[in-house]
Design a protein around this ligand. Structure first.
Ligand SMILES: *Cc1c(COP(=O)(O)O)cnc(C)c1O
Length: 393
């Protein structure tokens, strides 16, 4: 039997073992150590931003951003329905209230619906936007699959209504604008806060890990302070605020420093592999490989194939299982967050595109070490399966 082509696995071709061993040899395994500050420096220079705080996960990065943005009990935070649930859970950690705003064709928050929600469902007194008596404090925009949200439009709306913008750039490390007002600016460095993740399937990994940046450098310093139990005196255990144990460890950072050295190469491979997939699906009538936003250079983290539902009625589960049997690991886009049990009662605003894409997007294998032959195999098998399914229905 041919071996399985995985969806997305980590790649350790560089100095990972060397650096992790060095951290072990030096005994610096915990939340202090030179690799942490080195990784923060690498990230800041790569992202062309001033200050980055390394932390324990993308989820903790988002949680710290919400805290620093001043989101508290009863506040409204505008969130996406079509994303990984970790983008929304921190809203609940702060006892704030999510309202789900639809996505556009980039899978990211739709600025047209965001604007009409603010105009038609809220009151603005010149300082505070309120929705049914609650302050709308912030919005979380997720750059889904390495795409970039329409940040020009979103920042304009947020500016008008005094909303804090938290960019969930966990999937978009390296994605940046190549044209327009934000030319040269990276996902995660345009809003007030930007969160990154280095979980196992992200474009670089530290096992588990994340990072935060902010438009104001002092806020990053305060986030770093909160992430280390808000220690005001390192020797006598004096604390003036409630802190968290959210700092990255030096062992994770050692892995991260090696991965950052490889990031430009990983992005090149993801982009080249995406181009090959695109070429293969060009003109194929039963499915379309979704593009990334024009005017941006995407890190091409995940590839999305949109299945034609007029022709193919098999469920995502059936398609994924059939491909699994052919030695190809794929996955469906997420179940909508507003349909998950803990969010069932929450408010949604004109969700149309999110359910549309949820029922037809298939993610294809995208590891950085995937070979040309493997990609051609994936394309051949996927096309064959979809043709068979179309003939059956
Ligand atoms: C991966 C991911 C997260 C969470 O990151 P962790 O490091 O796993 O906590 C948050 N949001 C999105 C969109 C993600 O893909």
């Amino acid at each position: 039997m041919q071996k399985m082509i995985p969806l997305s696995i980590p790649n350790f071709e560089g100095n990972e073992k060397k650096y992790v061993n060095e951290a072990l040899d030096q005994g610096w395994v915990s939340t202090g150590g030179a690799y942490i500050t080195r990784l923060e420096g690498q990230l800041a220079s790569f992202l062309k931003t001033e200050n980055v705080a390394a932390c324990q996960s993308g989820t903790s990065a988002l949680h710290l951003s919400l805290i620093e943005a001043g989101v508290g009990p009863g506040d409204v935070v505008l969130v996406p329905p079509l994303t990984f649930i970790a983008a929304v859970n921190p809203v609940r950690y702060q006892q704030a209230v999510p309202v789900f705003i639809d996505c556009d064709d980039s899978f990211c928050m739709d600025p047209v619906k965001l604007r009409s929600f603010c105009e038609e469902e809220c009151l603005f007194d010149g300082t505070v936007l309120t929705h049914r008596g609650r302050a709308v404090k912030a919005l979380i925009v997720v750059h889904v699959f390495g795409n970039m949200a329409d940040m020009e439009a979103i920042m304009d709306i947020a500016g008008k209504y005094h909303l804090q913008v938290i960019e969930d750039a966990t999937e978009a490390l390296g994605t940046h604008y190549t044209a327009g007002r934000y030319e040269g600016r990276y996902a995660g460095t345009i809003g007030h806060f930007g969160a990154f993740s280095f979980n196992g399937n992200k474009i670089i990994t530290t096992g588990g890990g994340g990072a935060v940046t902010a438009s104001e450098s002092a806020k990053v310093d305060h986030i770093r302070y909160l992430s280390t139990q808000a220690k005001d005196d390192p020797h006598y255990y004096i604390h003036h605020e409630i802190g968290y144990n959210y700092r990255m460890t030096n062992l994770q950072a050692a892995l991260g420093v090696a991965q950052m050295e490889e990031l430009p190469e990983f992005i090149c491979r993801k982009q080249a592999n995406y181009a090959l997939y695109r070429e293969q699906f060009e003109g194929f009538p039963l499915a379309e490989l979704m593009p990334f936003r024009s005017g941006t250079a995407s890190n091409c983290w995940f590839y999305s194939l949109k299945i034609d539902r007029n022709e193919i009625h098999a469920s995502m589960r059936e398609i994924i299982t059939a491909l699994q049997d052919r030695g190809i690991q794929t996955r469906a886009i997420w179940g909508l967050i507003n349909e998950q049990l803990p969010y069932e009662g929450e408010e949604t605003y004109h969700l149309e595109k999110a359910p549309y894409y949820a029922s037809r997007i298939l993610n294809l294998p995208c590891s950085t070490q995937i070979t040309r032959e493997e990609i051609l195999t994936v394309c051949r098998e996927v096309k064959q399966l979809l043709e068979n399914l179309a003939n059956c229905s």
